[in-house]
Design a protein around this ligand. Structure first.
Ligand SMILES: Cc1cc2nc3c(=O)[nH]c(=O)nc-3n(C[C@H](O)[C@H](O)[C@H](O)COP(=O)(O)O)c2cc1C
Length: 187
């Protein structure tokens, strides 16, 4: 019996009205019915990473993060660039993933919502960190989808058809990698 893909959506911004958050909410809105999306909303609840605390019992928000990653068939990240790299709060989240095995071999993609040509430093940092975690970066699904703050509607999603189409393609690529890994594509 083929399983339904579960895509965990990890936003890298704590800002109310975040464009990166809106990209992921829009991905939820365009996801096909066979895909379950889970939007991670507890970035602010994570404690500062401390290797002394990376032991059983884990702090509850960390255990919940790792369970969410473990329960997902793929992960989609949308994080902004701050001062040429990832926001510290999101790097903190990634640091908590290093000591677990949940993200190892997991298909992961990043949507870069920055203006054209921007956000490259964050992308490079993300690649470096994901390399340490052993995540399976789905290259074709790592795309730039520039989103202006004014494009975010009152419901927190993006109405632009081009953006919605691109996000639909990203989800389809993540689902395809899940199907290949689980053998669903041969069923
Ligand atoms: C402290 C700070 C540093 C920033 N540094 C960069 C940067 O280095 N490169 C860049 O392209 N944008 C930079 N920005 C712009 C943010 O990436 C941009 O505002 C983005 O939309 C924030 O994401 P959000 O809307 O999801 O909160 C910076 C913004 C802040 C607040």
């Amino acid at each position: 019996m083929p399983t339904s893909p579960v895509i965990l959506l990890l936003p890298g911004s704590l800002r109310a009205g975040s464009t990166n958050g809106s990209v992921l909410r829009t991905a939820q809105a365009v996801a096909p019915s066979r895909v379950r999306t889970v939007l991670y909303e507890d970035l602010a609840a994570l404690p500062h990473f401390n290797p002394d605390d990376d032991t059983d019992p884990l702090p509850a928000p960390v255990a919940e993060l790792r369970a969410a990653i473990g329960g997902a068939t793929a992960v989609l990240i949308c994080a902004p660039e701050y001062a040429g790299t990832l926001p510290g709060s999101f790097k903190n989240l990634l640091d908590w993933t290093v000591g677990g095995t949940e993200i190892c071999d997991k298909p992961v993609a990043r949507v870069n919502a920055a203006a054209p040509g921007r956000g490259r430093g964050a992308e490079a940092t993300l690649r470096t960190v994901l390399g340490y975690t052993g995540a399976d970066i789905v290259e074709p699904a790592c795309v730039s989808v520039p989103v202006d703050r004014r494009a975010v509607g009152a419901d927190g999603t993006i109405a632009d058809e081009g953006v919605r189409e691109q996000l639909g393609e990203v989800l389809a690529l993540l689902v395809a990698s899940h199907d290949r890994a689980s053998g669903t594509d041969r069923a």
